[in-house]
Design a protein around this ligand. Structure first.
Ligand SMILES: Cc1cc2nc3c(=O)[nH]c(=O)nc-3n(C[C@H](O)[C@H](O)[C@H](O)COP(=O)(O)OP(=O)(O)OC[C@H]3O[C@@H](n4cnc5c(N)ncnc54)[C@H](O)[C@@H]3O)c2cc1C
Length: 459
């Protein structure tokens, strides 16, 4: 017992954020318990980043076999088997989930395989076990789930990313609704494995919020690949049709597919959590409102990760978790830093980006110098693949500081991670230029772009 409570800290949800917060807090000497109602590891491990990246790898082989021909290889008799991939992926996910659980165990964290809801500000009710546990501090790290709120009739016959990882049968034809990174990644996954893919999006251009040049490059590349983009239309109805699904658009067009997948955004897991009873305030979006230290409107209840709707990425949830533990148990109040977070979109080729887009830099009042290059990667000279890479630096014209870097090309995610260090250190364009290139690489373009493409002023 710690004082009058069973634990110092009770964490609800063992995903990326919850597991890290529980482990680090326990290592700092807190008496910690955690509840998980599903699998340890949460969205990222079980139905997000990790299984997705395994499917991305799987989907890249068809292109690799094709590209190999120009290099003298004869590739014959290739065949793709979806059930094998899914079984192997499931085995690996179960292994990683087990590792997460044992890390908690080794850190001395009390584990409840149960759904936890707040009974009041210091009491958590475990619904399966039917008993209450008290804690000085409660951390809500319950993540989110895929939205089905399309407003379309019959949307219950559609799948979401959750189900896409477990389809019994490979969909020869699939329609994906959405224009964000999850929709685009799955469009490439299924296309790479041989599906006929249609992407239905209500806007005129995919990947809202990203740099316009990156959006244009990806959109053009998808069209060239044969991923059908059905833009500027809303999907209004869906119905089963002899083992298939028929999607009807506002434009009157219908698409008959083996599956229709909704990737229209994610919602926070805040329903039925007892947040109202405890007095925890929510944002209009349903996410939990927190201050810069992740503290909710109730002083002893904190929230981190997707449920707070700040930046819905695994490393961000982990960063918020570490800051939480330092603040509460390390004696150093630490606010998470959400600036210059690098991200990737695992399309083919992929996108890696860090910092401000040209549009956001202008909106923030910067006059910007733009450096841009588009080229055919060396590998594709012999492979014959008609694919170009694009790199762009957004530079503050006054200070010469690099505000943003946007890459569309193979391994762009890996490059963005490294560029992020330079940007975080406040690197200037002159310092990029002073860095001697690694040759022959694609990344060398980042330090050899000498000719300004444009200077733009706000307004
Ligand atoms: C398809 C997909 C691909 C993604 N790809 C990437 C990527 O490439 N890179 C990246 O950085 N991010 C990616 N993400 C986002 C990433 O998965 C999330 O940002 C991250 O998992 C958030 O962590 P979290 O701890 O906030 O929540 P979660 O990981 O969602 O964990 C929450 C946990 O809480 C549990 N829970 C909920 N309610 C209760 C309750 N009442 N009691 C007990 N347990 C409860 C849930 O079962 C879950 O295990 C992806 C997400 C998806 C869906």
């Amino acid at each position: 017992m710690t004082g009058k409570f069973d634990f110092d800290l009770f964490v609800i949800g063992a995903g990326s954020g919850g597991v890290r917060a529980a482990r680090v807090s326990a290592q700092m000497g807190a008496r910690v318990a955690i509840a998980e109602e599903d699998s340890f590891g949460g969205t990222c491990v079980v139905r997000g980043c990790i299984p997705k990246k395994l499917l991305v790898y799987a989907s890249g082989f068809a292109d690799a076999f094709e590209d190999a021909r120009g290099y003298g290889w004869t590739i014959a008799g290739t065949r793709f088997d979806w059930p094998t991939l899914i079984a192997n992926k499931d085995g690996e996910i179960a292994r990683i989930s087990g590792v997460y659980r044992s890390l908690l165990d080794h850190a001395g964290v009390g584990i409840f395989e149960d759904r936890a809801v707040l009974a009041d500000a210091h009491t958590v009710h475990l619904t399966k076990a039917g008993h209450d546990v008290t804690a000085q501090t409660i951390l809500v790290a319950t993540g989110g789930y895929p939205s089905r709120d399309t407003g379309a009739e019959g949307a219950q016959v559609c799948i979401t990313s959750d189900e896409a990882f477990h389809l019994k049968k490979f969909p020869d034809r699939i329609a994906i609704v959405g224009g964000g990174y999850i929709a685009l990644e799955f469009a490439h996954i299924f296309h790479g494995m041989g599906s006929e893919v249609s992407l239905i999006y209500r806007g005129p251009k995919i990947l809202r919020g990203f740099d316009e040049d990156v959006r244009d490059a990806l959109q053009a590349s998808m069209q060239k690949k044969g991923i059908r983009l059905v833009l500027d239309t809303v999907f209004t109805r869906c119905q089963g049709d002899g083992g298939k699904v028929r999607a009807l658009m506002l434009s009157g067009e219908t698409i008959l597919a083996d599956q229709v997948m909704l990737a229209i955004g994610r919602k926070p897991n805040t329903h039925g959590l007892g947040l109202e009873a405890a007095g925890v305030a929510l944002k209009p979006s349903g996410h939990i409102e927190v201050d810069r230290y992740s503290r909710t409107s109730v002083p002893n209840i904190y929230a981190i990760g997707d449920v707070t709707g700040r930046l819905e990425l695994t490393p961000v949830a982990i960063h918020e978790a570490i800051c939480f533990a330092r603040t509460l148990y390390g004696g150093v109040p630490t606010a998470p830093d959400h600036e210059l977070v690098a991200t990737a979109v695992f399309t083919r080729p992929e996108i890696g980006t860090v910092g401000l887009s040209e549009e956001k830099a202008l909106k923030a009042g910067h006059t910007v110098d733009i450096y841009k290059t588009s080229f055919k990667p060396l590998k594709h000279t012999l492979s014959g693949r008609d694919e170009r890479a694009m790199m762009k630096l957004v530079v503050d014209a006054k200070t010469d500081r690099v505000l943003g870097c946007h890459i569309f090309g193979p391994e762009a995610g890996e490059m963005a991670q490294l560029v992020a260090i330079a940007l975080k250190m406040g690197a200037t364009k002159a310092q990029f230029d002073a860095t001697v290139a690694v040759h022959p690489t694609m990344a060398e373009e980042l330090v050899t772009m000498r000719t300004k493409t444009a200077t733009r002023t706000p307004g």
